[in-house]
Design a protein around this ligand. Structure first.
Ligand code: SAM
Length: 239
């Protein structure tokens, strides 16, 4: 874990403004969490035995639920701080008897730091909080140290799919990830990303969503990009 991601110094990308859950939601959480929740002790095992799509900041889960239903053979893991959203998704999963979705409750920065190297096939970050004011830009989730951790957990060839309707955030991520030696650009299509409440709301305000897709390079390729074409690749990287 880098110093920037150490828990005491971590800059939060979220604000806890959630109202307390009502009794029914508390009961649903207590009943369903053992079935769908992944405790911290399981984070290190993620991706060991199956392909995993990690949806970071799934909100009320509209996109997560749609994609998991459309791809029953893929395993989805959603990460969220917001318990109302977690309860909503667990209720939907119970109703449809889904078995290809697991949920993690926690700060994505800590969660990602707990996942092993090269374990995840796809990382989805859809409509992260845009933090539009300049003094809040440091709170944006996709920044240097977090991006390095995303690169670490993705398998070579794995995909990072970022979507936002906040144009300056899209430009920042396009530049940041586009110049990162561990990633190559992989087009801008929305792919399987469904339209959600956030996108509909943004459209009404005249904001168009933009999808940025990047592929994780192999270690050897990333080394070549970083050091230039003439540098010999150390034997230790030729695996
Ligand atoms: C604007 S919502 C987008 C929800 C969803 N991805 C969608 O497209 O509909 C952003 C979500 O990210 C969550 N979030 C922000 N920072 C987070 C973090 N560090 N870890 C986990 N979730 C986070 C917030 O709680 C919020 O629900």
């Amino acid at each position: 874990m880098t110093a920037e991601l150490a828990p005491r110094r971590r800059i939060r990308s979220y604000v806890r403004r959630e109202r307390p859950l009502k009794a029914g939601a508390i009961a649903a959480y207590d009943r369903l969490w053992p079935r769908f929740g992944l405790p911290e002790s399981a984070w290190g095992q993620l991706g060991r035995d199956q392909d995993v799509v990690l949806d970071i900041g799934f909100g009320d889960g509209e996109a997560l639920l749609t994609m998991a239903k459309a791809n029953p053979l893929r395993h989805y893991v959603g990460v969220e701080m917001y318990r109302t959203g977690i309860v909503k998704v667990m209720r939907a999963l119970e109703e449809r008897e889904a078995s290809n979705v697991g949920l993690i409750e926690g700060d994505a920065q800590a969660v990602v730091a707990g996942i092993g190297d090269a374990r995840i096939d796809t990382v989805l970050i859809f409509f992260p909080d845009p933090w539009p004011k300049a003094r809040h830009h440091k709170r944006r989730l996709v920044r240097g140290a977090f991006l390095a951790e995303v690169a670490r957990i993705l398998r070579p060839g794995g995909l990072l799919h970022f979507a936002t309707d906040w144009a300056p955030y899209a430009d920042e991520v396009a530049s940041l990830v586009g110049q990162h030696p561990d990633f190559r650009e992989n087009g801008e299509g929305r792919g399987e990303r469904p339209v959600t409440r956030f996108e509909r709301r943004g459209r009404k305000l005249g904001h168009e969503a933009r999808d940025l897709r990047f592929q994780r390079r192999s270690v050897e390729e990333a080394y070549r990009v970083e050091t230039g074409p003439v540098s010999p690749v150390p034997a230790v990287l030729k695996t």
